[in-house]
Ligand binder design. Structure first.
Ligand SMILES: C[S@@+](CC[C@H](N)C(=O)[O-])C[C@H]1O[C@@H](n2cnc3c(N)ncnc32)[C@H](O)[C@@H]1O
Length: 240
């Protein structure tokens, strides 16, 4: 149990984990186009469609894509939300947001605002109809910081607003010889901790969808190939 939060969850060396997050994503985004087959940027995760189906479509809305990367979910959001909607794309990496801005389709009437910043320091400019965060919140420095972000999300939601989170939990790295080591990331959330936080922060929300899916991504660090295995925990809630 961590001293500051009371939540279970391994805390890696933060500086090392942050460095690895930046290295991995900068290299991947520089080498990969949005929609490129054979990569996880090939298509949006189905969680987005589940969330968008619940967002009001009879008026302009305000949406946030937290940890947006190069826009795998932001771009379809821009296409799908009602005309006049605003979408805030937030990511640590200015270069990712530049790529995202270049991918915005011409002639659409939704507006994207990019914010290059750490989610740890992020707060909401205006109340939200949709907050979407896929494989993002676990990059905060410790489980207590993740919980604080969830509380800020809770405070930003309009009545009927939708929160959709894809949390990569219980991560482990499997080397080619089959041996395992803990994944190098900022807050290694477990499924149990994630459930506990969500039940606590969003106690008055209607839970619209919960799914657990096994996930595997091939990665490389310091010339060594490994499989990053985890459980993808999808959670969708609707504000009262
Ligand atoms: C696994 S990627 C997911 C990107 C996007 N959500 C998607 O599904 O395509 C995680 C993203 O979170 C960003 N990120 C990591 N730590 C962050 C932080 N503390 N604040 C803001 N963004 C962060 C990374 O730069 C990266 O683009």
């Amino acid at each position: 149990m961590t001293a500051d939060s009371g939540y279970e969850g391994a805390v890696n060396d933060f500086e090392q984990a942050r460095q690895e997050t930046v290295r991995y994503h900068e290299e991947l985004y520089a080498a990969t186009d949005l929609g490129e087959s054979g990569t996880w940027l090939a298509e949006p995760d189905p969680l987005l469609s589940t969330a968008l189906d619940l967002v009001p479509d009879d008026r302009p809305t305000v949406a946030y894509d937290l940890g947006s990367g190069i826009g795998r979910h932001t771009v379809p959001m821009l296409r799908r939300l009602p005309p006049g909607s605003q979408v805030y794309a937030v990511d640590l990496l200015p270069s990712a947001l530049e790529q995202l801005a270049d991918a915005v389709p011409a002639g659409i009437s939704t507006v994207v605002h990019t914010r290059a910043m750490d989610l740890h320091d992020f707060d909401f400019a205006e109340p939200a109809d949709l907050v979407f965060a896929f494989s993002a919140i676990e990059h905060l420095p410790r489980p207590g910081a993740v919980r604080d972000l969830l509380s800020r999300i809770r405070g930003a939601m309009r009545p009927g607003g939708v929160v959709a989170l894809g949390i990569i939990a219980d991560r482990v790295e499997i080397r080619s010889d089959g041996s395992r080591r803990p994944a190098l990331l900022e807050s290694d959330l477990s499924i149990d901790t994630s459930r506990e936080m969500l039940a606590d922060v969003f106690a008055d929300f209607t839970v619209a969808d919960v799914q657990l899916r096994p996930a595997e991504v091939e990665e490389e660090r310091d010339g060594e190939h490994y499989t990053l295995a985890s459980t993808l925990f999808d959670w969708v809630g609707v504000a009262p």
